[in-house]
Ligand binder design. Sequence first.
Ligand SMILES: C[S@@+](CC[C@H](N)C(=O)[O-])C[C@H]1O[C@@H](n2cnc3c(N)ncnc32)[C@H](O)[C@@H]1O
Length: 287
Amino acid sequence: MFAATRAVRAGASFYHGQMTGTDPELVLGFADTYVCQSRTYDDTRGAARETHEPLLKEIVLLAPGSRILDVGGGTGNYALPMAARGYEVTVLERSPQMLAVAAGKGLRVTCGDATALPVEDATFDAVTMISMLHQIPDWRGALSEAQRVLTPVGTLVLLLYTAEHLRDHYFLSYFPTSQEWVGTDHAPLAEYQDALPGARAIPLNIRGTDDLTMQIMRRHPRLALDATLARQTSYFARLEAEDPEGLAKGRAQLARDLSEGTLPENHADDLPQGDAALLAWQKPETK
Ligand SMILES: C[S@@+](CC[C@H](N)C(=O)[O-])C[C@H]1O[C@@H](n2cnc3c(N)ncnc32)[C@H](O)[C@@H]1O
């Protein structure tokens, strides 16, 4: 299990690298992972073109200067191309270490938790949540917070790994202890759509390795054998913390299967559900 740490103090903020408010502290769980990952995250987790181009398309109607909140925005890798389009982007994060890297890129940053956003109602024209919702047990709470802070007709865009994406991921048979928590952390697409009525789902086929998530390693399994690269993903970081023996065993089997050419035949193929999905939702106009 991850070590228990201290409670987050939402409301502490950094702006352009300058910290205001009380010192942010850490929360339970993956926050510990990102203390370490923040130093090397950008080495393997850049903005994938296959992700940020369709994402920008969803918010393209916003006028330059529109306000965007990138919740769980990490080191700001996806916030940067949005800022380059002239939007006023704020990266919100619960990890002060990840935020410090984003602030170093000149991005506006705020420390806080996605389930209790330290933000007034109706202040952002768009909210983005990229590769992060599976890390939040109360993901419905995080979605309703995102809806609350959106202006009427504002857009919410999520980059999601759903149960359907993980269902066809052969890594889970190599690392069987991950099956239980992966099943809990990734809801079926329909559940996310129920929480956001009218949301459109767009499957993404992400073939490149610019943003080397565990999902993308499906197509590039040799990279999962490199412990340094793999622990840059929350999946392998969690396995390493909770089941190091299972991780070593699964990796040895994967290495054997790779050298013998016995991986599932379609392991590098495009899947109908994609490697991930964008979910785009528009807040209804107030009457
Ligand atoms: C896989 S990283 C994705 C970062 C960034 N969106 C990207 O795609 O590069 C997940 C991020 O979500 C953040 N996170 C997880 N749970 C959070 C929460 N409850 N509130 C705010 N941030 C959270 C983590 O600290 C981490 O930086």
